[in-house]
Design a protein around this ligand. Sequence first.
Ligand SMILES: C[S@@+](CC[C@H](N)C(=O)[O-])C[C@H]1O[C@@H](n2cnc3c(N)ncnc32)[C@H](O)[C@@H]1O
Length: 336
Amino acid sequence: MAKNSSLTAAKSAKEDEFYTQLSDIEKELKHYRSHFEGKVVYLNCDDPRVSNFFHYFSYNFEKLGLKKLIATCYKSQDIDLFSEHNTEQAVYLEYEGDKDGDLVPGPNEIGIKPLKGDGDFRSSESIELLKQADIVVTNPPFSLFREHVAQLIDHNKKFLLIGSQNAITYKDVFRLFKEDKLWQGYNSGDMAFQVPDHYPPRETRFWVDESGTKWRSLGNACWFTNLDTPKRHEDLILYKSYSPAEFPTYDNYDAIEVGRTEHIPADYDGVMGVPITFLSRYNPDQFEIVGSDHEVKDGLLPWLVREGWTGKVDRAYLNGKRMYARILIRRKGAPA
Ligand SMILES: C[S@@+](CC[C@H](N)C(=O)[O-])C[C@H]1O[C@@H](n2cnc3c(N)ncnc32)[C@H](O)[C@@H]1O
């Protein structure tokens, strides 16, 4: 296929089959052990035959003191998938821990039950399983991330999910950050995922390993959760002092530009524009999220537009230059 048409095909196909590596799951999950004791964990986008989330929770069932593990396997529309979905029948699995003393989740200990529908996380059957669950952990389809999070919030569930950092800029997801209903976990940045054989090659962030397995990676993957972590209460060490020369006020917003999170001045009381990567270091005891540039654009923060400004407000501008996406923050406890 010509380079262009192959890229277009890759873009237009809904490519949801990105399989999370066990090492990435372990690296994040080790920080949340205390949350899982006595809990029902639901993996609602996970084919247990290939999901390392299922592997992690079934093999660590006793160590975590889980009550029950449930996984639903979404029926594939495509017979040629890496996950070898070879049946039209979607299934769900229940595991209640080791019974025969070998501490290995054996076939006789894992209950496999058919579903009437296709295992879509939005189906009534999946919602019934969700109701039993305390914590949902998965890497949901990127294309349905918004809906996936919204469902968990509606059902008042705890969760730990992988997504793209771009999701932070989705209005409804950002609002959850602002309302302290969701935050970033420990790890973010580069993450590699195994993908099905039929996925087309790409110019970047794609490779085939020596065993012929195809891989894709994201440079901006991150974990989203509403499980509290010590990290979230660690103060960012601030070592800079405010000066108008180093932290100029935007042309259009009543806020100063702070190009790097670690440069946030310790002594500035007003509103500051910071990159969205700030959220990976956000401690709600230290800072308040005032809003974002898209909220200014939507007219939700009129008091942030500089008096007399009649130009664009779609982004922060500095000396006529449109800035990257900015989150607007203020030091907690700063005099208004
Ligand atoms: C990004 S992959 C991740 C798979 C697995 N959770 C993991 O981390 O390895 C998303 C998975 O969700 C499944 N899926 C797609 N649409 C779904 C839906 N509506 N409901 C449930 N699962 C879905 C896909 O088949 C795919 O296996």
